[in-house]
Design a protein around this ligand. Sequence first.
Ligand SMILES: Cc1ncc(COP(=O)(O)O)c(C=O)c1O
Length: 461
Amino acid sequence: MDKKKLLDDLVKGYRENHKKSEAIFSKASQYLITGGSHNLRLFSPFPFYDIQSSGSRVWDADGNIYVDFWQGHFANVLGHNPKVIIKALQDSFRKSQGLTTGFPGDHQRELAELILKQIKADKIRFTTSGTLATMYAIMLAKAFTRRELVMKVGGGWHGAHPYALRGITAYDHGLTRMESAGLPSGTDAMIVMTRFNDIQDIEDKFREHGERTACFILEPFIGAGGFIFSHKQYLQRARELTQQYGSLLIFDEVVSGFRFHAGGVQSLYGIIPDLTVLGKAIGGGMPVSAVIGKEDVMALCGPEAPPDVKVKFEGGTFSAHPAAMLAGLTYLKYLMEHESEIYPRIGQLGAKVRKGIEEIFAAHGFNVKCTGYGDSIAEHSSLVGVQFLKERIDRISFPEQVWNPEVCDFELREKIFKLSMLEEGFNIFHGYGAVSSAHTESEIQASLDAVERIAKKWSNY
Ligand SMILES: Cc1ncc(COP(=O)(O)O)c(C=O)c1O
């Protein structure tokens, strides 16, 4: 396949159909670094600018319509701008409620109560981003244990703060590199890297560093690391080792919370961490995140905590923002009330896509594997990753495979497949993305028909 020619043709076609977006991008680049505020949204040659999003669809500035599987960084389980949230917000704004006031509202109590009913823990505190919440969770663990080291897995993305910027996507015989400048000196030595789903490796790392480890933070379903569920035995071993060494176990459920059922992956696996971080879906489209956990740990951010272990997780002008609390509350109530319809349905559609994409590409001679597969414990997986493989592998099991350029062809996925699917009217991410309850059977089938045409077309290049 002549990849260069294919990409050139796709870029040419994209430019022709996105003239207004190109003009907006060029203007935006005069003021914003590379034209925007989040690098992942700025795909090459330039992003399309959305003017309206509803349900499964996005309308762009040039009048193109896409069926969207990016769905707000995978936060939108109900699709874009669901009516139930829009109505709740409109009603609230009509009553002079919604914008920030600086007073605590009762919706935050209701949302807190509801989350703690669905994910068992003693206490919760809200903040505004997954990044802040994982940072605070780690600070709580460090203060509680009075220890220095933070253990994380290669491929784990917990947002951009010093405790989490090692071993994310930069492959170098593994995922262990520091990936940002501007960090306090010694940060790399403070972060112990281990491999996701590798029991032997956590046993080794705890044997070596356990006595000094404040916490082990991981995503029980790894998101940016490749849409892979952790094995139950691995999580169990992580729970045992953290207990044995007196470290805290932190589950980052920013992606997985309320994505596979109306709760966390931890409840499906029956493994309870000391702290859990939530984000994305719990805000119903608004910026909400939370740390939840055991009373004695969470108490360290309260005003009565002893000064030497007090954690400054206490501010945030927009923490528990009124409109965001209302949106989150309305959203989670809806997900709980419709749990038995929503999750099995989007899980089945996810399974259909994974199977369909692998079969289509195989029939055309391409070596493609999907990720996002659930198992008998987490059976309703609506997330689909697509990996174009350079070597034969039956199943992708580690982020180290996803990010190794000798194993997976990142350019084929992120540039060529992305633009090919856009040309067909589908916006994808990580090779496909998230099925929401707003997607119809026929849209899912149409996306597979598009993949079929693309595979055929590629075979002729
Ligand atoms: C697992 C996980 N944790 C934390 C974060 C950071 O959340 P935010 O982007 O809200 O800061 C993300 C973001 O994608 C994530 O996927």
